[in-house]
Write a protein that binds this ligand. Structure first.
Ligand SMILES: Nc1nc2c(ncn2[C@@H]2O[C@H](COP(=O)(O)OP(=O)(O)OP(=O)(O)O)[C@@H](O)[C@H]2O)c(=O)[nH]1
Length: 803
C-alpha cells in the first residue's frame, strides 16, 4: 500500500514542479468526494457530468440548472448543486448528519445514545439500561426491552448538536449547529434486520466497541453490514472505566480483524476507575468531562506525563493517514508535520471514502468523553449531499440515476421500516430527493398506486412530533400509507425505484397455535402485523400437519414474538419444539416426461411436460432455484408455461423429502403437449409439480442443514472444557486467539447441534463464557440425521392419513 502511494506521490511531485498542483488537487478532492451507495462501482467523473459542467459554465443560471435537473437528473452531481447552485441549500445540508449506532451486544449503544440525547438537550435526565430507578433508557421504549435490558427494535430520534469551533482568523470560539437524525440499533444477531434497514438509509455510523473485549463476534457482523451498504464510520471505544480497559486492543482489532486502516485520534487520561478524559491528538489538548453528568467540557494542556505518549500516537495517526490519503502522504514524504486542519481534512476525506476509521474513546456510563464523539460525527461523517444514492429509472430500461438531496427536485423516498401504531400504520421514510409535504400525493413505484400523505411526523423513540414538511436528506415517518417495507415513493410519474435492504434467510422455526380458539382472530391479527413489520419473521401453514409454523433468525427472535403476542394481544399460545429450517437439494441431472391425464366425465385434465432437472449451481456450489423454458414450435402455449413456472415455485416452497424449502434446483421444460379441450393453466401447474416431485426424488436428493459461524469467548482456564463441548457437537474449529486472560474461539457448528448450548456453556465456564452465532451457509446434513429426519417425516404423514 505504501509503495503504491510513493509512486503516486512522485507523480504528484512532478505535477507540482510543473505548476499544476492546484488544478490536480482540486480534481482529486472533487473526484473523491461523494461515496457511492447500492454497490455500483464508483466512477471517477462521469462524462454526463462533464457535459453538464460545461453547460453550467455556459448558462451560469440557477433556473437553467434546475430545469436540466428536472429533465435529466442523471446529468447532475451533488457537487454541482451543493457548491454552485444554491448556497442556502448547501449550507442546510452541510449541517445534517443521518447516523446509526451499531455494535456487538451490550457494548453500550443505548447508554451512549442516552448521553447524546442529554447533551443535545433532547431529554432532561439520564436513565440507565437496567437502572435502579426502573425507568429505562429513552430509546428502549418497549416494556420487554426495559425488562430484559436489550434493544429489540431500532429506534429513531433527532437532535441538534451545537459544536464549538475556533474562528480561523480571530481564533475566537464560535458555535455551529448541526442537526442529527439518529438510529440506535439492536446488537443481538436475532434482530439483525433492524441493523440492515438502518444502515441501508443512513449516511454514516458510529461503531461502538468495548474497551475490554475489543472487536467481538457481532462487531464483525456489523462491519460486514456497513460494508454492504458502503457506510463510512467513526469508531468509539466505550467502557474505558471498566477494569482491564485497553483501547489499543480495539484499535488493533479494527486494523487486523476488520481490515480497516484505523488509528486513535485520542489517548486516554487515566484508565479504569481513574479514567478522567482524553487527549485530542490533532489539537494536542486535554479534554475533561466534568459536572454532575459530564456536561461541562473543559480543555487544558496535555498532562506532562502523557506528552511523549501522545506525540508517539499522533505520529502513528499521521503515518496511517499517509497510507490512505495522498495529501498527507505528500507532507509526510517531505518530512513536514501536517497542520491540525490538514490532519482533520485528511481524516474526513479518508473516512468518507471508507479507507480509514478514526478511533475515539470514552465511557458512556461514567459520562466521559461523549461530546468529542459528537464533534467527530460533524467533522468526519458525510452530510447527505456527500453520499451518492442511485435509483433505477424504470422508464429508461432501469438506467441508474443519481438522486440529489435538493428540495426543489421531484420527491424520491424509501420506506425502510413499518410499525403498527394506535393511529394506523406508521411508515419510516428516508427522503433522498425533493421534499414531502402533508397532503401531498405520492406514487408507490412498485404498485403504481397513488397515495395521499395525511400526516408527517418526526420520531423521538416512541414519541412523535407532527411537522408540515420534511426536506431532502432527512428521515421522517408518515401515517396512512399502505405499503411494504422497501417500497420507493416518488412524485407522480418519475418512475424511479431504489434497491431494498438485504433480508437474511430464516434458520429456525416452531409450530404455534392459540391456546384458546376464541383468541384465533387476535392471533391472526398479531401474526399479520409482525410479518408486515419484520421481513425476517415468516409464517406458513404446513400442508401435511395443518399447523401454523413461524420462522425467524433464532430462538430469542421467536420467543420475543410469542411474548409480544401475550402482552400486546392477550393471546396465550402453545408452541412446539424449535426446529431447524433445513433445505432440500439435488445432486445430478434427471430427465422427465410427465403426463397428467384425467377423464372423470365432463371436462378432463390434460398436460404433458418434458424436460430435465439439474443442480442450479456449478461444481457442487449452491445457487438460487431456476426455472427455464426452451420450447420450440409452440408445443406449449405461453399462458401454460406461465402456469408451469407457478407450479415450479410452489414445489420449491415445500420440498418432496421433508416439506422444507428447496435450494439449488433448476428445472427446464423443453417440450410438451396440450389437448384441445382438457388442457388448462391448472392442469399444467399440477403436471409441473408432479414432474418436479418425480425428477427431484430421482436426482440424488439431499438434505442440507444450516451451519452457524460461532464465536465463543471465555477465561483461558475453561478452554479445555469448551473445546470438549464443541468436539461432542462435531464442530469445526477454524481459529483460536489466546489473550492474556481470555480466549476467543471461532468455529462452524450445525444449528441442530447447538440447542441447549448456552446452558452447557454456562456450566462449563462457571457462567463466564459468552457465545454468539450467525448463519453462515447450508451444508449436507450427516447421513444418519438425513435418514432420521425422513423417517420422522414419513411417520407423521402416515399418522395424519390414518386420522
Ligand atoms: N462500565 C461500563 N458499563 C457500561 C458502559 N456503557 C454501557 N454499560 C453497561 O453495559 C450494559 C449494556 O449497555 P447497553 O447500552 O444496553 O448496550 P447496547 O449495546 O445498547 O445493548 P443491546 O442493544 O442489547 O445490544 C448495561 O448494563 C450498561 O450499563 C460504560 O461506559 N462503562
Amino acid at each position: 500500500m505504501r509503495v503504491a502511494n510513493f509512486a503516486r506521490t512522485s507523480l504528484r511531485s512532478a505535477a507540482l514542479r510543473n505548476g499544476e498542483w492546484a488544478a490536480c488537487r482540486r480534481s482529486f478532492a472533487s473526484a473523491s468526494l461523494p461515496i457511492q451507495r447500492q454497490g455500483i462501482a464508483a466512477q471517477e467523473k462521469p462524462s454526463l457530468q462533464q457535459q453538464w459542467q460545461s453547460k453550467r459554465w455556459q448558462s451560469g443560471s440557477a433556473a437553467t440548472v434546475l430545469e436540466t435537473a428536472r429533465q435529466d437528473p442523471s446529468a447532475l452531481s451533488q457537487i454541482d448543486i451543493v457548491e454552485n447552485l444554491d448556497p442556502k441549500e448547501a449550507a442546510r445540508l452541510d449541517k445534517v448528519r443521518n447516523i446509526g449506532i451499531a455494535a456487538h451486544i451490550d457494548s453500550g449503544k443505548t447508554t451512549a445514545t442516552e448521553r447524546v440525547l442529554f447533551y443535545t438537550g433532547r431529554i432532561k435526565d439520564i436513565h440507565e439500561v437496567r437502572g435502579r430507578d426502573a425507568v429505562g433508557a429513552k430509546m428502549d421504549s418497549m416494556d420487554l426491552e426495559r425488562e430484559k435490558g436489550i434493544t429489540i427494535q431500532s429506534a429513531a430520534t433527532f437532535c441538534d448538536w451545537t459544536k464549538k469551533v475556533p474562528d480561523p482568523i480571530t481564533g475566537e470560539m464560535k458555535e455551529e449547529k448541526y442537526h442529527f437524525n439518529l438510529i440506535d440499533t439492536p446488537g443481538h444477531i436475532d434482530f439483525t434486520i433492524e441493523v440492515e434497514r438502518a444502515l441501508r438509509v443512513l449516511d454514516g455510523a458510529v461503531m461502538i466497541l468495548c474497551a475490554v473485549s475489543g472487536v467481538q463476534s457481532q462487531t464483525v457482523t456489523v462491519d460486514r453490514q456497513m460494508k454492504r451498504y458502503n457506510v463510512p464510520r467513526i469508531s468509539f471505544v466505550n467502557k474505558m472505566d471498566r477494569a482491564g480497559a485497553n483501547p489499543w486492543k480495539a484499535v488493533d482489532g479494527i486494523n487486523q480483524k476488520l481490515k480497516i486502516p484505523a488509528a486513535a485520534i485520542q489517548v486516554p487520561i487515566g484508565a479504569e476507575d481513574k479514567f478522567l478524559g482524553v487527549v485530542d491528538l490533532i489539537r494536542m489538548k486535554a479534554i475533561y468531562s466534568e459536572g454532575a453528568r459530564g456536561e461541562i467540557v473543559r480543555e487544558a494542556e496535555v498532562p506532562a506525563d502523557l506528552v511523549e505518549f501522545a506525540q508517539e500516537k499522533r505520529s502513528l495517526l499521521i503515518e496511517t493517514l499517509a497510507d490512505v490519503d495522498e495529501e498527507i502522504a505528500e507532507i509526510f514524504l517531505d518530512e513536514k508535520v501536517p497542520s491540525p486542519s490538514e490532519i482533520k481534512a485528511a481524516i474526513r476525506r479518508a473516512t468518507i471514502a471508507r479507507k480509514f476509521t478514526p478511533v475515539l474513546m470514552g465511557s458512556a456510563l461514567a459520562d466521559k468523553s461523549v461530546q468529542p464523539m459528537l464533534d467527530a460525527v460533524c467533522d468526519y461523517l458525510p452530510n447527505p449531499s456527500e453520499v451518492e444514492n442511485l435509483a433505477l429509472d424504470q422508464r429508461r430500461a432501469e438506467a441508474p440515476v443519481k438522486l440529489v438531496s435538493y428540495n426543489s427536485l421531484p420527491f424520491v423516498g424509501l420506506a425502510f421500516k413499518l410499525e403498527e401504531s394506535n393511529f394506523g400504520q406508521l411508515t419510516y421514510i428516508r427522503v433522498y430527493q425533493g421534499s414531502i409535504k402533508k397532503g401531498q400525493n405520492v406514487t408507490n413505484a412498485r404498485t403504481g398506486q397513488k397515495v395521499k400523505i395525511p400526516r408527517i411526523v418526526r420520531m423521538h423513540s416512541n414519541e412523535m412530533e407532527e411537522v408540515p414538511e420534511i426536506g431532502a436528506g432527512e428521515i421522517c415517518a408518515v401515517f396512512g400509507v399502505d405499503c411494504a417495507s422497501g417500497d420507493t415513493f416518488t412524485d407522480g410519474g418519475l418512475g424511479y425505484s431504489m434497491s431494498s435492504m438485504y433480508v437474511p434467510d430464516a434458520v429456525i422455526s416452531l409450530a404455534i397455535k392459540p391456546k384458546h380458539t376464541k383468541d384465533t382472530p387476535n392471533f391472526s391479527k398479531a401474526m399479520s402485523r409482525f410479518q408486515r413489520e419484520d421481513p425476517t419473521f415468516r409464517i406458513h401453514v404446513d400442508e401435511e400437519s395443518g399447523e401454523s409454523i413461524i420462522s425467524g433468525m433464532g430462538e430469542l427472535h421467536l420467543q420475543i414474538y410469542v411474548e409480544r403476542m401475550r402482552r400486546e394481544y392477550n393471546v396465550e399460545v402453545i408452541t412446539g419444539q424449535p426446529q431447524v429450517s433445513y433445505r432440500e437439494t439435488i445432486q445430478q441431472r434427471v430427465e422427465f416426461d410427465h403426463l397428467l391425464k384425467k377423464q372423470t366425465g365432463g371436462a378432463g385434465d390434460y398436460a404433458r411436460v418434458v424436460g430435465y432437472m439439474e443442480p442450479s449451481g456449478e461444481n457442487g456450489e449452491l445457487a438460487e432455484n431456476r426455472f427455464e423454458t426452451q420450447i420450440t414450435g409452440g408445443t406449449i402455449p405461453e399462458k401454460y408455461l406461465f402456469a408451469c413456472d407457478k407450479g415450479f415455485q410452489a414445489s420449491c416452497i415445500q420440498g418432496p423429502m421433508l416439506g422444507h424449502r428447496v435450494l439449488g434446483a433448476s428445472m427446464v421444460i423443453n417440450d410438451g403437449a396440450t389437448h384441445m379441450t382438457d388442457s388448462s393453466e391448472n392442469a399444467f401447474k399440477i403436471a409441473t409439480q408432479g414432474a418436479f416431485r418425480k425428477a427431484f426424488l430421482a436426482a440424488q436428493p439431499q438434505i442440507l442443514e444450516p451451519l452457524m459461524k460461532t464465536v465463543i469467548t471465555a477465561p483461558n482456564e475453561f478452554q479445555g472444557n469448551i473445546v470438549g463441548l464443541l468436539n461432542k457437537r462435531n464442530a469445526v474449529i477454524n481459529d483460536t486467539e489466546i489473550g492474556p486472560d481470555e480466549f476467543t474461539l471461532h468455529a462452524d457448528c450445525s444449528l441442530n447441534s447447538m440447542f441447549g448450548f448456552s446452558s452447557q456453556l454456562r456450566a462449563a465456564s462457571q457462567g463466564k463464557g459468552e457465545f454468539s452465532m450467525e448463519f453462515s451457509h447450508y451444508a449436507p446434513a450427516p447421513m444418519q440425521l438425513q435418514k432420521e429426519l425422513i423417517a420422522k417425516h414419513e411417520k407423521a404423514k402416515l399418522e395424519k392419513s390414518k386420522k
